[in-house]
Design a protein around this ligand. Structure first.
Ligand code: NAP
Length: 253
């Protein structure tokens, strides 16, 4: 069975590893090409956009893809919408691997906002020390609020930097532990965290650290994703694929 995984996440890599180990599928992992030094992957990789819905549909047909797994990040809404439409047009079964969102626990001081612009507004006008745990693409709107001090952590360098007088940049790839993120927030005397509700363990450290430090978190709500059959774990994808293989065998395909 030819499988295309739309990736760029820890789960996509773990899924590719699990499938490579089983050896019974021909797997390709697709990355957008956003990071300059992507991690090595356990299966063949293709890099770059497909050219919208039509381009992805064409790819599915040309490569005779028999199952499409959308294991992209929950905030990568465009590619997920494209995947749903292209899979439907090409008649390819689609499964989304979507990690569960974090839920608020006792002690969390979350301010949930719909957009990055709302996150900027939620900072207010009094100068604050802000931890931005997000990349170049997302942080540009903070340029309109130069009164704050920003600590920006991203996988790739932010280039060009934000046009604000006080910004510190860290490049790092997760996972990030609560202890390390707590030390980071304390060292930089941060008083508010701005983050996406990514879910999963790898980037939860800052959320747990903010709770421990009684610090507010401005949390960007998740975008709406297309209606698609979805599971939350790699094991869920493997079970779905096993079922697809058994059904195909029963039909004599
Ligand atoms: P997006 O806004 O949903 O997608 C923008 C365009 O990038 C898509 O239309 C598609 O181009 C291309 N693209 C996205 N993911 C792709 C993939 N896996 N393979 C091939 N092309 C892809 O996506 P994004 O938010 O920029 O995220 C880009 C990638 O980074 C995703 O793979 C995602 O899993 C990963 N990522 C995103 C975030 C985040 O916070 N957004 C965090 C961690 C990792 P075409 O229309 O030309 O096909």
């Amino acid at each position: 069975m030819n499988i295309l995984i739309l990736g760029g996440t820890t789960e996509a890599r773990a899924l590719a590893g699990a499938l490579a180990e089983r050896g019974e599928f021909a797997v390709t992992l697709s990355l957008a090409g956003r990071t300059t030094n992507p991690l090595p992957q356990p299966v063949p990789v293709r890099i770059g956009g497909f050219g919208g819905v039509d381009g992805l549909e064409r790819y599915l047909r040309q490569e005779r893809i028999e199952a499409l797994i959308d294991a992209t990040h929950p905030y990568a809404a465009t590619i997920s919408a494209n995947a749903a439409r292209a899979a439907e047009h090409a008649g390819v079964p689609l499964l989304a691997l979507r990690r569960a969102a974090w839920t608020k626990l006792d002690g969390d001081q979350w301010v949930e906002v719909a957009t990055i612009h709302d996150a900027v507004a939620a900072l207010g006008n009094v100068p604050r020390r802000v931890f931005l745990a997000m990349g170049r693409k997302e942080i540009e709107p903070f340029a309109v609020a130069p009164e704050h001090v920003y600590l920006v952590r991203s996988v790739d360098p932010v280039d060009p930097p934000l046009p604000v007088p006080h910004a510190i940049y860290l490049t790092a790839r997760g996972p990030f532990s609560e202890a390390n993120d707590r030390a980071l927030l304390e060292r930089h005397r941060i008083d508010v965290v701005v983050a996406k509700n990514s879910g999963g363990d790898a980037s939860y450290g800052k959320i747990a650290a903010a709770r421990a430090l009684h610090m507010p978190v401005i949390l960007l709500k998740r975008p709406t994703l297309p209606d698609a059959e979805a599971v939350e774990t790699v094991e869920g994808v493997l079970a779905w694929l096993d079922h697809a293989v058994t059904s195909a065998a029963a039909r004599g395909v």
